[in-house]
Design a protein around this ligand. Structure first.
Ligand SMILES: *Cc1c(COP(=O)(O)O)cnc(C)c1O
Length: 378
């Protein structure tokens, strides 16, 4: 497009600038010389504080959420050779963690509107080899928990603070796994935490991530097999103050999405995908938009994303469904809903949603301009 771009102003950075509290906490760990999870108090304190923030009695911090999912799968009893049901539209780690645990991911198709796992698809896949269901709270919306009688591991990498039907993300199933990787709503660059309400699951998580030690046992006592998958005190120091910042950040994104949805009301073929009906707090880690190519002159979503980028709006194509990932070809069956809907899905990421109301109006204005250009008669 030759005209000047709709937006030239920069977008907020994620993560936001460090606070004095984070700086002081980080230096305090550095100066203490107690940098690890097994000598300083920070990691255990943060695990407990995070768990409490979601209403779970226990938490174990990990090096990242990929291994958090692995730990949770093992801790709820998944064994090599088991099947674990995973949604088809999610980050690849949801499935690769299952492979790491020696199990087989079985892909369940998703709901065409929310892109969250379809509980009927899950129920149809449960069989004698099913070791667990992994539910994924994609974009900050809480997905359905699973199937009675089958352990549930929640991939809540994108859902810090999300609530549905009175339950916080991470507390619907047997273990809830959160990520603190750079792009997430709480971050230390890398990191993760697994929460649980069950004492036995907690003890297994603790042992698995701490080289098979036993709570209260000796340093060189390893009654079960485990690995060093612990977080550092530096990460905990950077994370702890974010617990207090999270609610206002969620509020900002919630307002942004409301403004954006309103502004898109008169842009045919582009809308914010809905959350499940009983959602109490969607955290809007992402806003997933439905892009209807037919309303945009038949142009693909990649054309749309490129045209929006030229207008100063950096949108994201999001995942391709796991059913078409070559690395998972050995496991994947077709998931027609996920495959069709992925082609009709564009993401507005968290750092854009942290901008102001005018920025949301810019997104809608750019979309309108692109649509006019795509549908203008030749
Ligand atoms: C980020 C993410 C993960 C992986 O978390 P890491 O901490 O990067 O290992 C897993 N699942 C989903 C849905 C994610 O968004």
């Amino acid at each position: 497009m030759t005209s000047s771009p709709v937006r030239t102003k920069p977008w907020p950075q994620w993560p936001p600038p460090a606070t004095d509290e984070q700086r002081e906490a980080l230096l305090a760990v550095l100066d203490s010389g107690l940098w690890g999870a097994t000598n300083g108090p920070e990691v255990e304190d943060f695990a407990a504080a995070f768990a409490k923030s979601v209403g779970a009695p226990y938490g174990v911090c990990t090096v990242n959420n990929t291994v958090g999912l692995f730990l949770a799968l093992r801790a709820v009893g998944v064994e090599p050779g088991d099947e674990v049901i995973v949604p088809a539209y999610t980050f690849v780690a949801s499935a690769s963690a299952v492979v790491l645990a020696g199990a087989r991911p079985v892909l369940a198709d998703v709901h065409p509107d929310t892109l969250l796992v379809d509980p009927d698809a899950v129920a149809a896949l449960v069989g004698p080899r099913t070791g667990a269901v992994m539910t994924v709270h994609l974009s900050g919306a809480v997905a359905d928990a699973g199937v009675p009688g089958v352990p549930v591991v929640e991939d809540a990498a994108q859902a810090h603070g999300a609530v549905r039907g009175g339950r916080a993300a991470g507390t619907l199933g047997d273990a809830g796994c959160f990520s603190f990787q750079s792009s997430k709503a709480m971050t230390a660059g890398e990191g993760g935490v697994v929460v649980t309400a069950d004492r036995g699951t907690y003890e297994r998580l603790w042992s698995l991530h701490n080289v098979g030690r036993k709570l209260g046992g000796g340093w060189y006592e390893h009654p079960s097999l485990g690995w060093n998958l612990r977080m550092t005190g530096f990460q905990a120091a950077v994370l702890r103050p974010q617990l207090a910042q999270l609610p206002a950040q969620i509020d900002r994104r919630t307002r942004s999405v409301a403004v954006l949805a309103q502004a898109l009301a008169d842009v045919e073929g582009l809308s914010v995908r809905p959350a499940p009906p009983d959602t109490e707090r969607h955290t809007w880690h992402l806003a997933m938009l439905r892009y209807d190519a037919a309303a945009f002159g038949g142009r693909t979503k990649d054309d749309f994303i490129a045209a929006m980028a030229a207008e100063g709006i950096p949108l994201d194509a999001g995942y391709q469904p796991l059913s078409v990932e070559p690395s998972l070809a050995a496991y994947a069956g077709p998931c027609p809903v996920a495959e069709a809907q992925a082609a009709a899905t564009v993401w507005v990421r968290q750092h854009l949603l942290m901008a102001d109301d005018d920025a949301m109006a810019d997104i809608a204005r750019a979309a309108r301009k692109v649509r006019e250009a795509f549908t203008r008669p030749a």
